[in-house]
Design a protein around this ligand. Sequence first.
Ligand SMILES: [Mg+2]
Length: 379
Amino acid sequence: MKIASFESEIYRVPLTEAWGSSNYSFTSLEFVIVSLKSDNGLIGTGWTFSVGNGGAAFKSMIDYYLAPKVLGQDVFQVERLWSRMWLETHDVGSSGVTTHAIAAIDIAIWDLLGQALRQPLHRLLGGYRDSLPGYGSGVNLHLDQDALLAQMESFQAQGYRAFKMKIGKDDPHEDLERVMAVRAMVGNTARLMVDANQKWHPSEVIRRVDMLKPANLFWLEEPTLSDDVDGHALIRSKLVTPVAVGESLYTKHQFAHQITRGACDIVQPDVYRVGGITEFMKIVKMAESHNIPVAPHFGMELVAHIGCAVPNILCFEGLRGAGLSEMGIIERPLTVTDGTIQPDDTPGHGVRFDMGVLAQYRQTPERLAREQVTTRTDV
Ligand SMILES: [Mg+2]
């Protein structure tokens, strides 16, 4: 089965709720969606995303450099196709735009494989379990305390028993007050996680998060700059709270550095940022060999498959405001029941975009250049 043709489009889709963290604020995501058609008439769907900058670059990388390299190639040579795309574009960056763009094609390839073999992705990748628990996750630093607690209450209503909130207020006592208010509301047995979105230098992290000890946090996420491996290792050596990193890492090599240098307790790969399912599975297996659990970032519809395929994925992220199901842009959205999800059981990954809904969000690179989005609040 060979790849016969491809198409790609960019969409800018509004969040269902605005996001605010310690250093960014935004209201939409960009998706680049790719269709790969095989020579026997199957259509594989892949996609990647950005938080406001990058969609046109991803599409250019796909259209001009990546898709032409897989055209005419055997879909079952998935490792060869991934390596070819990555190595051919390595000179312009081994991660970032390249891995985001590779992800869209890799996900479409896995969708074609599943359809050709008539198996859902979770069975193709390992078939470990039937459902996956998750946590309610809010990008909620801009919310006042009442709105924050209301959001947590809505997560409880979905059956979640684990919760994540943002920290990073200028006044550390305000962070402490918000975290303790949420802890009081969710109870002592619930898992409570906090996310600093890389805001502080290591010494400040240690001072500030030490204050949060009474909250008995399940993990501290991205406490310092994601590039600072030694900083994460230092933080981890000084705090009792487990350290989680990975949503801003882009290759298995970057994950290997974090793991082997003792910089993390939990890893959080993002299936789009790391180049799709092929690379994601390698990171999951590497973590397993170091006895490190994986709590994937974002991507609930694909994480449902991968998380049900292997033993060491802890949970999915039920991220409020975004996600294909919540945004209403796919034909068969996943539903969170009792805090868990089940992957789509049709061949492939089962994500079929609702083109009728998406049409209103279609963008051209020229329009994206005109309608700039600013996301950072700290520069
Ligand atoms: Mg995060």
